[in-house]
Design a protein around this ligand. Sequence first.
Ligand code: ADP
Length: 449
Amino acid sequence: MIQKILIANRGEIALRIVRACRELGIKTLAVYSEADVQSLHVQLADEAICIGGPRSSDSYLRTDRIISAAEIADVDAIHPGYGFLSENAKFAEQCESCNIKFIGPKSKTISMMGDKAVAKSTVLKAGVPTVPGSDGPVASETEAVKIARKIGYPVIIKAVAGGGGRGMRIAHNDVSFGKEYHSARNEAEKAFGNGDVYIEKYIANPRHIEFQILADSHGKTLHLGERDCSVQRRHQKLVEESPSPFLTPDLRKKMGKAAIRAATAAGYENAGTIEFLVDSKGKFYFIEMNTRIQVEHPVTEEVTGVDLIKEQIRIANGEKLDFDQSDIKFKRHAIECRINAEDPARNFIPSPGTIGLYYAPGGHGVRVDSHAYSGYQIPTHYDSMIGKLICYGRDRKTALERSYRALSEYIIRGIKTTIPLHKAIMSDPVFIEGKATTGYMEEFMNRMP
Ligand code: ADP
């Protein structure tokens, strides 16, 4: 039985995990960097250990120090959250060899699905449609051009180790291909230490629709419906919602089944996400699997009533999922806005600093997952997300109106945030009509005065 968990993360997700553990009666150990001494998760966890300097490479990515902290504090399991070490197969393997449960899938599943080209071929064999493209990574520019011509422009060049929208470039013809190919490779090499890329057909204005998976260690794999994450800037999600205004019950059923087939083909265990692109005709294509809990998981929680973090811990504990696919009902509509410390009026430049006054919205159907508070100093070393606002209600109209109302109540003084942008999106006719595709944000920003 898991009795104490080390949380190998920071910010809102660390706090989210502390909260789940409290309710399960599990003790928590926070590890933190020198920049996060004042962080809420450090104050709310049962124990805390400083593991190094402000830079992630000196703290949150130091597997040796994290494992030592786990041993000193005698924890049974490590929850990696998202980002940092959450999809690091070597770290999961180290945990396994130290007899500490890594709350996530097996290390070999992480490495298999972490290589996007391998992931594609694995699910394709299981009959899940993938975006047409190269068969694995391309060996040279000459081979890559040949493939691009064969599938037809435009194409997208993607890093096999990619994540966070990095290492991705679009090419419209032979002339631009060479340049984009080399920049994708360089960016991938810098970001992931692996410059391998593969080629895919570039789907025009698709929707990004992903399915939440839960799989226990006894062979039961379920899906908890979809999240529509089409509102993106530079391939990074800004707004997520469930159910998708685009999916028909029939398409949801087909995609849900395909998602379960993909997870099963990967031998998946714990919580994970199968990501698809869907074109305007409703044709869907697998793009990748995320082998961790995602930022946008609360959307699914508010629609289904399932606490995904608790389920992750129960699964890691060897317990069986105590519900079936037919028990999962999509009872509500939920929308999440990512609140980033960025200035949307100035090309989203980061806006770190000290929050003067912080007042979070509340009331019926409003959930705020945030580590921010009045007087909180946002460190410059990490990503700019300072919170998530999740609003839900009986239908999409209610969730939209509630989101706008809650955003109007939110007070964060002293820094710039994406709140004004979210208010504009929530009151934009194109978004309200449910017509946003991945091309939406660019078109919306061009329309803005
Ligand atoms: P990452 O792992 O970096 O997030 P993904 O493969 O999940 O990369 O893709 C991120 C986003 O990039 C997608 O949601 C979509 O907007 C865009 N994208 C990826 N592949 C394609 C494609 N073949 N055609 C069109 N857009 C794509």
